[in-house]
Design a protein around this ligand. Structure first.
Ligand SMILES: Cc1cc2nc3c(=O)[nH]c(=O)nc-3n(C[C@H](O)[C@H](O)[C@H](O)COP(=O)(O)OP(=O)(O)OC[C@H]3O[C@@H](n4cnc5c(N)ncnc54)[C@H](O)[C@@H]3O)c2cc1C
Length: 390
């Protein structure tokens, strides 16, 4: 390997930011690190419940990427990826072509509204920065009726955000004395509430939903919405006033002809290294929501995967250092409303036995502190995500 590698990272959210910083710390300045994004900013979507129900402004949770990387030795280029030419080690962007020695894809998931008819027109988004203010307005003006929150059929491995919004809405309606005017429902195509959490998490959530009188519908596949009805795969329909939805996930269009993806457009990777299984020249990696491997799509896992990919790349380039084992763990702080949160940690995904569940103001404050530190540290969080709450 030459003394001056060029490493291109595409995507500048949780996965891209951490990969870039970890590599910058591990490699000398002879090695170029370029980060590309299709947007000049990145928004911390985990804070959306606070944008909707509190006074948090979108700009408070948005990082200006050019400013973020100024003087860091990491070059930032705002220019969307259009395709990957694996054979020539080149990415094609809207503005040009860039050669790489190593490529890291941290491009997240696309919200495939087209896979679920009516989801763009009739549902409120809980995950799209361009639509979250519309969701806020609808929820703050809601005074009664049937609210459904959940995930659409056809692969949406991110069940938590609609749950949080329902918990916050439940709290708000109780404070306003309107709770008896509303029926709140949670629906999912999965058989459990947050399956990756394991049995103790499932039990705690079932209890919480019962206490809050939020009806749970498991194993239901939402396949279509019109302006008044939700249509499920088994032919059932439900009338609704508001639907809070995460649409099906797919990989980004730019990876379609790359030869790197599975049928849904995600990139299968080796869990030991995060190197793409279909990388013909063995030099393409993928991390975060962009990967095809089983498991939930969570920011926490995106950060762990970024740590593994950066360590493996640095070891390949310098012959030094070690690569941590990838042991996916479930970690989530769910807003409960009223400044309280529910912290759930479990090693169920990696056959570990540690489970921690804690509710109250501390988990909520800790999540806010983590997000503030992510911005203050310009995304250079080291292992902070592993220590949050613990
Ligand atoms: C409402 C909500 C709440 C959540 N809460 C939590 C939580 O509490 N805890 C948790 O762990 N996770 C949470 N998540 C999940 C978490 O946000 C995602 O798992 C995480 O953002 C994934 O990070 P990523 O970097 O892989 O992808 P993304 O965050 O999706 O970032 C993808 C990046 O790629 C860029 N990009 C896309 N296409 C192109 C292109 N063609 N060219 C160049 N750049 C491109 C994007 O601009 C972006 O910078 C939540 C998600 C939502 C929606």
């Amino acid at each position: 390997m030459s003394n001056n590698s060029t490493i291109i990272i595409v995507g500048a959210s949780f996965a891209g930011l951490k990969t870039a910083w970890d590599l910058r710390h591990k490699l000398s300045s002879d090695h170029r690190i370029l980060v590309f994004s299709n947007k000049p900013t990145t928004t911390i979507r985990a804070s959306f419940p606070r944008v909707v129900f509190e006074d948090v402004k979108l700009e408070d949770i948005t990082i200006d990427l050019a400013k973020n990387f100024e003087g860091t030795g990491i070059e930032f280029i705002c220019d969307p990826l259009v395709s990957v030419d694996q054979e020539n080690d080149v990415i094609v962007t809207a503005a040009g072509r860039y050669e790489y020695d190593f490529l890291v894809l941290a491009t997240g998931a696309r919200h495939a509204y087209d896979e679920l008819p009516g989801s763009r027109e009739f549902a409120l988004s809980v995950c799209d920065p361009a639509r979250i203010m519309e969701t806020k307005e609808a929820l703050l003006n809601f005074t009664g009726g049937d609210v459904y929150g959940g995930v659409g059929a056809g692969y949406t491995p991110c069940d938590g955000p609609p749950m949080e919004m329902l918990m916050d809405l439940d709290h708000r309606l109780r404070m306003l004395g309107l709770r008896d005017k509303a029926n709140l429902h949670y629906f999912t195509d999965k058989g459990r509430l947050l399956p990756p959490g394991g049995p103790q998490v499932w039990e705690r959530l079932e209890c919480l939903f019962r206490e809050r009188e939020i009806h749970v519908h498991l194993n239901v596949d939402l396949v279509r919405l019109d302006s008044t009805l939700l249509h499920f795969k088994d032919g059932a329909t439900k009338p609704y006033d508001l639907c809070l939805l995460i649409p099906p996930y797919r990989g980004i269009h730019a990876l379609e002809g790359s030869g790197l993806t599975d049928a849904r457009g995600f990139v299968p990777v080796s869990p030991q290294t995060m190197r793409a299984d279909k990388s013909t020249r063995y030099n393409v990696y993928a991390v975060g929501d962009a990967i095809a491997n089983p498991g939930p799509k969570q920011g926490h896992l995106a950060l762990i995967q970024a740590g593994v990919a950066a360590a493996h790349l640095a070891w390949r380039i310098t012959g030094e250092g070690t690569v941590p084992a990838y042991l996916p763990e479930f970690k989530c702080v769910m807003d409960l409303g009223g400044g309280h949160g529910l912290y759930m940690y479990s090693q169920w995904l990696s056959d570990g036995s540690v489970v921690e569940i804690q509710s109250g103001p501390e988990p909520y404050a800790s999540k806010i502190r983590f997000e503030e530190m992510l911005c203050e540290l310009r995304g250079d969080i080291g292992d902070l995500h592993l220590k949050m709450i613990k």
